[in-house]
Design a protein around this ligand. Structure first.
Ligand SMILES: [Fe+2]
Length: 294
């Protein structure tokens, strides 16, 4: 099976693109790498784009890009997807720096863009803003979590890292504990988009910087039980939630457990089903407000 190795980018629609560009460049600290009449491309480091913005009436995440390995065969990957009865499209030069991609929809209608990264960009880490290491994960609310989880595992090669009860799955495609997470509610929509920071000190600087720029936290800082990452959530100008995180669990795939950390309760900490318990959400105790579910 050919498995995707990394989330490359996420594509969003929103009514006010300019405001979101200002937020991503001046506050989050991404670089605008390209701009045309339909789209704005922003990135952190070696990828041409980590985030793509389009104008539309409603704020939502419409597409996700994933990389396969340099020696993987994109044609074979396309056949693998088609083998599940899924209709695919092959798109040449559809986005800057991506010569060839296979696209198809996941069960909730988000378009998957799978490609091989053949060209890297040279933009530096910017000197202003929070400046994350990378786009870390995108979380979605879904109406059928079992079905969508199975899709990401069977079609794209994700693995289940943890579950909260039977309604919240955390899926990995690399060393990071989760790259996609899916929570079952009565609608299919974006939950949050998460960027990785260096450490606790970086998170503190980021929270102060957000506050100075008028962005109030809606939950955190805290430490999640599942994934054990430090977290702080705020709402971006487009209305969608951004998470800033650090110290996310790293999996040792060969040994089947997460790299040991002082805050783990299990020794070793292995993928499992967590009870619906406050510790699964925040080991430090403060539970998410209703605002997180809006
Ligand atoms: Fe998250």
């Amino acid at each position: 099976m050919i498995r995707v190795k990394k989330i490359a980018h996420a594509v969003y629609e929103m009514p006010d693109v300019d405001k979101q560009i200002e937020y991503y460049t001046d506050v989050i600290g991404l670089t605008v790498t390209d701009k045309n009449k339909d789209a704005v491309y922003l990135a952190s480091t070696i990828d041409h784009h980590s985030v793509v913005l389009h104008k539309s009436a409603q704020a939502k995440c419409v597409r996700l890009g994933f990389q396969i390995a340099p020696d993987d065969d994109l044609g074979a990957f396309e056949k693998q997807v088609q083998g599940h009865g899924i209709k695919t499209q092959r798109r040449k030069d559809a986005e800057p720096s991506i010569a060839d991609m296979v696209t198809f929809e996941d069960p909730k209608g988000t378009v998957m863009e799978v490609f091989k990264r053949e060209a890297f960009s040279g933009q530096r880490f910017p000197a202003k803003g929070i400046v994350p290491h990378k786009l870390g994960h995108v979380a979605f609310f879904v109406t059928d979590v079992k079905h969508v989880t199975k899709f990401y595992c069977d079609v794209l090669g994700f693995r289940e890292s943890d579950w909260m009860g039977d309604f919240f799955s955390f899926l990995r495609c690399g060393r990071d504990h989760h790259t996609i997470n899916l929570m079952q509610i009565d609608a299919n929509r974006h939950f949050h988009t998460a960027f990785e920071l260096r450490d606790w000190a970086h998170l503190q600087t980021a929270c102060d910087f957000l506050s100075l720029n008028g962005y109030k936290l809606i939950w955190g800082p805290g430490r999640h039980g599942i994934g054990h990452n430090l977290f702080a959530y705020h709402r971006a100008p487009n209305g969608l939630i951004t998470e800033l995180f650090a110290e996310l669990d790293q999996v040792n795939e060969e040994l089947g457990y997460f790299e040991p950390r002082p805050w783990h309760r299990d020794r070793p900490q292995k993928p499992k089903v967590w009870p619906k318990d406050p510790a699964a959400a925040n080991l430090w105790g403060i539970m998410p407000p209703d605002e997180m579910m809006k």
